[in-house]
Write a protein that binds this ligand. Structure first.
Ligand code: KIV
Length: 278
């Protein structure tokens, strides 16, 4: 028995395994799409158990797990390893893998070669940052059988050009965002992530599209939401204002490790139940 609103349940049949066409069906039914990042085989199955629809193997892997200050140093080899680990450990969610900086911008052919590496290790779709200038790339990949998710608004790989994490799409930039979104959709994009976009602008982009939008810092009117798992679960001290902390995972983990260390020191662990005498 699903916990969805019964009015929606009649229109959207919860899939046993999320496929690309379920994204559009969910949008049409008004059933919000859930997406969360994961980068390994330890956390991804937990998110599957929690009922998440789509897992994004984001290049935020660089910040979250590799200790980089941005996503820019992340390589295709990094993304292959993380994507393979996630894809091997889940069955129901759709797995979307980020194409890292420098692996898709030069030409559609370069993008295809790198996207194919992520699909080979188990991604169901790839995501890359940019608008109408990448329409030919979206088209080639789509024709080659590689579903593409677009990413507009604040695009972290361009943080140097954008002057850091800033809201995008204000004023006259709104029409360009709508045009970019429509160009990506016409080229075959299956969904578009909108990052750090004013709520009313994200709402207009969402209404202009047939394919779903997935928002992060883009208000409540996108067709779905995505968050970086370590931010939403409370693994970090600081989170952007658009993130809600849904848990205190860091405190829970620290407390477990403190208890372990204390028991090792005072000799309580290992106890008789933790070892054999013969
Ligand atoms: O890499 C990532 O985690 C992302 C999300 C912030 C959308 O691209």
């Amino acid at each position: 028995m699903s916990d969805q609103n019964p009015a929606i349940e009649t229109q959207f049949k919860e899939p046993k395994r999320w496929r690309v066409h379920h994204l559009m069906q969910a949008k049409q039914a008004g059933r919000k799409i859930t997406m969360i990042t994961a980068y390994d085989a330890l956390t991804a199955p937990i998110f599957e158990e929690a009922g998440i629809d789509t897992i994004l193997v984001g290049d935020s892997y660089g910040n979250v797990q590799l200790g980089y200050g941005s996503t820019i140093p992340v390589t295709i080899e990094d993304m292959e390893r993380a994507t393979g680990a996630v894809a091997r450990s889940v069955t129901r969610p759709l797995v979307v893998a980020d194409m890292p900086f420098g692996t898709y911008e030069a030409s559609p052919q370069v993008a295809f070669d790198n996207a194919a590496r992520l699909i080979r290790v188990g991604a169901n779709a790839v995501k890359f940052e940019g608008g109408a200038e990448l329409a030919d790339t979206v088209k080639l990949l789509t024709q080659a059988g590689i579903p593409v998710v677009g990413h507009l608004g604040f695009t972290p790989q361009s943080e140097n050009a954008l002057g850091g994490p800033r809201m995008q799409g204000r004023g006259t930039a709104k029409q360009k965002m709508i045009d970019d979104a429509l160009a990506l959709q016409s080229a075959g994009a299956i969904a578009i992530v909108l990052e750090m976009v004013p709520g009313p602008v994200a709402s207009e982009v969402t209404k202009a599209l047939d394919v779903p939008t997935i928002g992060i810092g883009a208000g409540p009117e996108t067709d779905g939401q995505v968050l970086v798992w370590s931010d939403m679960a409370g693994m970090t001290d600081w989170v952007p204002s658009f993130v809600k902390r849904f848990g205190e995972a860091r405190a829970v983990l620290r407390s477990a490790v403190e208890d372990y260390a204390a028991e090792v020191k005072d000799g309580t662990f290992p106890g008789p139940e933790n070892y054999k005498t013969n």
